[in-house]
Design a protein around this ligand. Sequence first.
Ligand code: NAP
Ligand code: GDD
Length: 330
Amino acid sequence: MKTALITGITGQDGSWLAELLLAKGYAVHGTVRRTSTPGDSRLLPFLDRLVLHPADMTDAGSLRDAVAACRPDEVYNLAAQSHVGTSWAMPAYTTDVAGLGAVRLLDAVRAEAPSARVYQASTCEIFGTSPAPQSEATPLAPRNPYAVGKAAAYHAVRNHRDAYGLFAVNGILFNHESERRGERFVTRKITRAVGRIVAGTQGSLALGNLEARRDWGHAEDYVEAMWRMLQLDAPEDLVVATGVSHSVQDFVEAAFAAAGLDWREHVTTDPALVRPIDIPELVGDASRARERIGWSPRVGFDALVRRMVDHDVRLARLERDCGEAPVPRR
Ligand code: NAP
Ligand code: GDD
């Protein structure tokens, strides 16, 4: 039985990845903070099958203890303050967690489990304003504090690989969403609002920049790519994306239409929600991932929107009728 350690196991991707690795027969360990809520709906259905260790990406000793406690075969570094908008309000903390946090974890692996394989949750945000479509050959041009931290982590992974022979890879993932997405990311903010408008518990939805274009896939597909990258014969960095971009307004229109609503009757724009710099378009060329790990997305844009809207309409009705959302069953 292989052992995996997931930092950020309580997040969207952590929950999908933990579920995938459990199904593959791994012993799954994860890190949690004092303020984490592992008992919420994302992990609850399989919480009793996980081993959790206290650790914070800002604390090197706790990361080293977590690695030493489980001696993993595979380490997935998913922990980050991952909200780009918030990174403008908390630039030092975000850069520390996303950037130096990865360095601390790489050092912990090198000291305690040097033969472990490491997956780093990199992001298309490191390409910033470099022209689309972005691929492994695109120059890095990070344009917000989150992306600056992730760019530092990207280089640290490559240095540990080349200097110390660590099997470490950057998965350069484009946006991926799901019914487990955090509620402050735009897709889930939209589908939660659609659900509540249908249930009669919300009237309108305020958004920022509707023109930004993103490449949206489903998170369940993307954690499969993470795992496949650690099964490569030799480590390399790969872009993972659908190759299709839509604007935020496209997502809004599709989500409201999926519930039989006209978005123009409910959506307003608020300049306070527009970021100091917003990347106009991120869309990936994942042809190398297709060739190297045989990966391609199974869930397209329309199915993604439909799945999230259906889930959030049901959830909003349950919240209205029960006072709170009941614990989901598998
Ligand atoms: P998420 O839902 O925001 O989850 C973030 C996770 O990081 C949570 O488990 C959180 O734990 C943990 N965390 C935050 N600060 C921490 C700290 N100081 N120490 C330890 N843990 C900390 O993010 P996600 O969407 O699952 O994304 C997973 C990773 O992929 C992130 O690194 C993100 O930047 C990256 N990424 C995401 C996407 C995407 O579209 N989803 C695309 C490219 C890259 P708590 O529960 O304690 O808060
Ligand atoms: N969150 C949010 N809230 N975004 C809004 C809003 C709003 O009210 N209105 C418009 N947007 C726009 C943002 O300005 C951005 O252009 C786009 O919607 C997507 O925003 P998010 O859903 O917050 O995601 P993100 O693209 O900034 O970042 C996500 O994807 C990255 C990969 O591209 C995060 O998951 C990052 O961690 C990840 O690296």
